[in-house]
Design a protein around this ligand. Sequence first.
Ligand code: PFF
Length: 452
Amino acid sequence: MNQTSRDGFTSSFGVLVATLGSAVGLGNIWKFPSLTGANGGAGFLLVYLLATLLVGLPVMIVETMLGRAARANAVSAFDRVAPRRQWWWKSIGWMGFAAALLILAFYSEVAGWVYAYVFKAMAGQIATTDRQVAGAVFAELVANPLSSLLWQWVVLAVTGSIIMFGVARGIEAVTRRLMPLLFILLLVLCARSLTLPGASAGLSFLFSPDLAKITPAVVLTALGLAFFKLSIGMGCMLTYGSYFRDNQNIPLTATRVMFADLSVSLLAGMAIFPAVFAFGFEPAAGPSLVFMTIPAVFTAMPGGTLFMTLFFILTAIASVGAMLSLLEVPVAILSERFGLGRKRASLTTIAAVAALGVPAALSSSLTSDLKVLAMNPFDLFDFLSSNVLLPLGGIMVCLFVGWVYGLPEMARQLSNDGALRNQRLVSVVFLLVRFVAPLSIAAVLLHGLKLF
Ligand code: PFF
């Protein structure tokens, strides 16, 4: 085990910011609004909140706990904590490895759009409230194979060069300063968006649920989003947990991250949906939603170009924190299990993502007709990771902790060897991961995939 690569987090605040840096990302600003819009609004939000509280939070707690107990990457961790070393538990780590690469393949593309929009915003090319114009600008960007690939490579070059130096240095220090700025800017945006004429239609879309719109497929998507948002079900929180300090209060940290992450999503939703309705955009526009509405909101306010540029810069930064945590999963596995140096492990991972990223980046141009399960590569990678691999990983983590690892060891770990008085809380989390979470994830998966 290469201990020198485990720089680890240096303070309790460092742990919180790094973990929040993994959770907060394009998931809040891009995925949450587009999925909420495409799946009918408030009903989807309600299911997503339930999934986050009843399944997401407990899984996040136990996954982080396993990482800290093992102090190893997502695969090797199970060598250490599985008593009889049953090989299949290690598949959780390998599934996480695959999921990380799939997510990175499309995530880096969306981050590429964000980078491109920084420059478009500065140049004043997206200063419009006209949805035809806004739509055309976005369509032109994604339909150009060369610029799609180039922006993706820029993103990979930036994140790849940071990950080589480890997790704690570099971007973590940057996000620590810029995360509050993201909050402030979102608040400004919300204030502007909520005072637009016609804003209330957006709010009722977001907050008054129409239960008829909740189908099994919608529930599966909401569950998938809960996993994606909290970076769980794929060894990412486990890997981060392995860098936690011994005296970190894991349940408290996870709860704080969950609430902070939810607030960012809700703020993004409150910035976007009023504008959608005020300017006549289509809430179900999908991935392009944020790229059309955010410019519209800013264009309608003084100093719009500056705010718009800042917004995309901060979104780009938020995406970097999340991407670093995604990269860390394969990088830690490659460097610790295969003895690759940090640098070679990083380069190998980036190369793999760049290769997988080609079909994803070209999904609106050359590979748009390459359909598997009626989805282009971009949508397929997203679907396979969020709606299949992450929930499956989540079930396995729950079964492992609930039925193999057991309550006594879990109570010892989560109370930091008895230093924290949280037995009751731990028993509730234990019941959730032993029964409630695995059964509900399994039911949602089977129904949502129409296997049952
Ligand atoms: N949670 C990140 C976001 O919402 O943008 C994305 C993500 C990061 C997913 C890390 C999974 C992961 F392991």
